[in-house]
Every structure is written in structure tokens, then in C-alpha cells.
Design a protein around this ligand. Structure first.
Ligand code: SF4
Length: 418
């Protein structure tokens, strides 16, 4: 049965189809499914063809989002149903029963071409992407939430330290910095892998864990390789100029984003960061975790809160905004009081402002890790979800919002998909 009022919305970088108000799906220019909304649940496909489902729910009496990765069988079932809807939509399009949204006078033929590409991307084509993806990328451990749609380029592999007890994103990976020629090949392979799907990606995330640890004399040539591979929107364009630039550079990039750990941040000067800003570094993300040095030591994270403040000050003096990540709940009851007090104090000292983001990321314990061993040794009781929420609220209450300036947001590492 064809459902009423289906819509096809064509944009330069994507197609959104509305089968009915509670079934909306979006596709990239190669016809790959990207994201969907179906009967109150959100679905997102990763580039290695895993499907994450998210929905609202209650946990410990608190309204929360739940999430899970579908099994391969479930993902395939979801996608086959979606394809049946595409086939029905294709028939409706042929009968002129679809509302078309978009620019230009060739909307009907463009909608047909977009829909045909989506129909051609069957399950086998999506499955084949997984192998192609892993020929181009090492596993992508994590990104900040505002960077999930960035184009990841791996200038480094893994983490230069890799010993924080709470973190297993890069365990087992040997740290390496790519040479310019190797990086150039990586960028070319990424270009080939994405094809025109790259139009959806407006920024670059310079991965992996701590790419800004790369010594400045090696990092600048790698940043220049990025500029060889991609056009970057010039700084200072007005709104209309930005639109014109985007129209003429559909695969252009607006900025480069990267993680920086405070212990390595100390090694870069204001001038170093300014040179990176001139090469379009638009934000550096610092995993502060806590302002409490005793808790940092417990977590085996090198450096101090003072190091993080210095790194933030250097970045801001160079005109590079920051994203600062605080981990709530970590250290349990044993460290909670110091965590709240010292973190609020550190954040006040950082004086984050316009363009900066303060993330609160709830601690997620990975199984069999060193954190659990240490926590048992120290007699740490894990905090409950309400206690973690209260901890975050107490930190925020000490920041004098809204005068604090920075955007405050949630960072749930369990929702990461690339
Ligand atoms: S928290 Fe950062 S520095 Fe520590 S192991 Fe993980 S990626 Fe490396």
C-alpha cells in the first residue's frame, strides 16, 4: 500500500525522503543510507556498515536515551524493509504522486536519479563498504559529538600514551605518525572511498587520539597536504559569500578539528597554535576529565589541571576555540567531592567563552580494565546515575551560567558512530 503524501527533498549533499511523518530517511550522493527516523526510533549507519538504533527511555527513573547496535541480521532486515519502501516510492514518483522539494527546474529527473542510486545501493553493496573502509582507515576510536559528520583523516594512528586506566579506545594499536607521502596516499584513498558522498562532510577531523602531539615541524607539512587535497573556505566571508563559495566548492572544507591532551599541549606555543589556526585549525578538544590532580593520578592520566589551563590559555591566545571534556562519575564516591570542587575551579579559571564547548561525558567503565582493579584497591563505590547527574549539576551551578559563555553539552561516548 502506498502511504499518503510521500516527499523527496533534494539538497546538494543529500536526499531526504519522507514516506510518512514518522518514517524519514536520508541518503548521501552515492545512494548510501546515512540516517533515519522510524516510529520514534533513530537509526544511523556507520561507514563500516553497522547500524545504531537510539530511542528515548527511562533509566533509574531518569528520562534518558537508550542505544544499541543492531545485529547484522537485524540491520539487514531493517534495510530490506527500507528498500521495499524505496521501491514503492519509486512507483509513486513515476505516477507523479510524490511531493518534490528542492531547487532548479530539473527536480523530477534529479529525484529519479537520486532514488535510482539509493535503489542500486543494495545490502551487498553496503556490506562491501566494510572491507573498503578498513582498507582506508584504521579503526576510528572516538570523536567529539559535534564532529560525527566530519571527514576523519588519520595523521596519526592510536594514542601516543595509551595508559589511562579508563580508556580503551586505542588499546593494542601502536602509535605512529604518518609521513607526508603516506598521508597524501591516505587522503587520496579517502577521496576515492567517499566519492561524492564527501559533499556531506564540511569539516576535517585530524585523528587519531591526539594528533596535535605531532611535533610542529612535522605537523605543518601534514596540514599543508590537507590544503593540497581539499579547498578550504577562506576566513572572513560574509553570509552570502559563504553560500556562493559553498555552491562553487561542494566538496570544500571549512575547518580542521583535533584532540589535544594537555600533557602534550604544553609543548606548543601560542605562535605554533596561531600557525595552525592560519591553516584552518578551528577547535582543539582537550580531555580534562577532572580538575582534581589526585583523581588524574588515580586514573593514570599524565599532566595536571594546571597543564590543561595552560594549553587552553595558549590556544585561546592564538585565536583557536577549545572543547573541554569533563568526565562525570569517574572516581566514584571516593573522589566526588574533590572532583566537583577542583573541576569547577579549573573551569572557572579557563574562562571558556563564545565558540568554546564544555562537554560533560559520563564515565563508562569498560570490562576487564585497570580502572576496575584500582577502584577495588581504593575502595571506590561507583556512583548511581542520579548521583552522577547531581555531580554534573553541582559543577555547573558553580560556573555562574549563563555568564560562563561556552556552550555546555552532553558527550555520550556510547553514541559514537563514524
Ligand atoms: S584518554 Fe587520551 S591520552 Fe589517555 S589513553 Fe585515552 S586517548 Fe590516550
Amino acid at each position: 500500500m502506498m502511504l499518503s503524501e510521500p516527499k523527496i527533498n533534494i539538497k546538494p549533499d543529500s536526499m531526504a525522503i519522507t514516506i510518512r511523518p514518522d518514517r524519514i530517511y536520508a541518503f548521501d550522493r552515492t545512494g548510501r543510507f546515512v540516517i533515519g527516523f522510524k516510529e520514534g526510533h533513530n537509526f544511523r549507519r556507520s561507514l563500516d556498515n553497522r547500524f545504531m538504533e537510539k530511542w528515548g527511555g527511562f533509566f533509574d527513573g531518569m528520562k534518558e536515551r537508550e542505544r544499541r547496535f543492531l545485529t547484522e541480521e537485524e540491520a539487514r532486515g531493517f534495510y530490506e524493509t527500507l528498500r521495499q519502501e524505496l521501491v514503492a516510492l519509486s512507483g509513486a514518483l513515476a505516477r507523479g504522486e510524490v511531493e518534490l522539494i528542492g531547487k532548479g527546474d530539473r527536480l523530477a529527473s534529479e529525484s529519479r536519479a537520486w532514488l535510482d542510486r539509493a535503489l542500486a545501493a543494495d545490502w551487498d553493496a553496503l556490506s562491501a563498504d566494510r572491507d573498503r573502509f578498513y582498507r582506508v582507515y584504521a579503526p576510528v576510536g572516538i570523536l567529539p559529538p559535534d564532529q560525527y559528520l566530519s571527514l576523519v583523516v588519520q595523521a596519526t594512528l592510536g594514542c601516543s600514551y595509551n595508559k589511562c586506566t579508563f580508556c580503551d579506545f586505542y588499546r593494542g594499536q601502536r602509535f605512529a605518525i604518518k609521513k607526508p607521502a603516506e598521508f597524501r596516499q591516505h587522503l587520496a584513498a579517502i577521496r576515492e572511498f567517499f566519492g561524492e558522498a564527501v559533499y556531506l562532510r564540511k569539516n576535517i577531523f585530524l585523528a587519531d587520539a591526539n594528533a596535535l602531539v605531532i611535533p610542529q615541524n612535522q605537523l605543518i607539512p601534514l596540514m599543508r597536504e590537507l590544503h593540497e587535497a581539499f579547498a578550504f573556505m577562506p576566513y572572513g566571508l560574509q553570509a552570502e559569500e559563504r553560500i556562493r563559495w559553498r555552491d562553487s566548492h561542494p566538496d570544500g572544507m571549512e575547518g580542521v578539528y583535533a584532540f589535544l591532551d594537555a600533557f602534550s599541549g604544553r609543548k606548543k606555543t601560542v605562535e605554533d597554535f596561531a600557525a595552525l589556526r592560519d591553516l584552518h585549525l578551528k577547535r582543539a578538544y582537550i580531555g580534562l576529565e577532572t580538575g582534581d590532580d589526585a583523581l588524574l593520578a588515580f586514573l593514570n592520566k599524565p599532566g595536571t589541571a594546571g597543564d590543561a589551563c595552560e594549553a587552553v590559555a595558549a590556544l585561546k591566545a592564538a585565536g583557536v576555540p577549545v572543547g573541554v571534556i569533563v568526565m562525570t562519575g569517574v572516581g566514584g564516591d571516593r573522589f566526588s567531592e574533590g572532583h566537583i570542587r577542583e573541576t569547577a575551579q579549573t573551569l572557572r579559571q579557563m574562562a571558556l567563552g563564545d565558540g568554546d564547548i564544555l562537554y560533560f561525558s559520563e564515565f563508562v567503565e569498560h570490562s576487564g580494565g585497570e580502572y576496575a582493579e584500582r577502584a577495588a584497591e581504593y575502595g571506590v563505590r561507583p556512583l548511581s546515575r542520579p548521583e552522577i547527574a547531581a555531580q554534573q549539576q553541582e559543577m555547573v551551578s558553580r560556573l555562574n551560567l549563563p555568564r560562563y559563555g561556552a556552550k555546555v553539552a552532553k558527550y555520550d561516548i556510547r553514541e559514537f558512530v563514524y
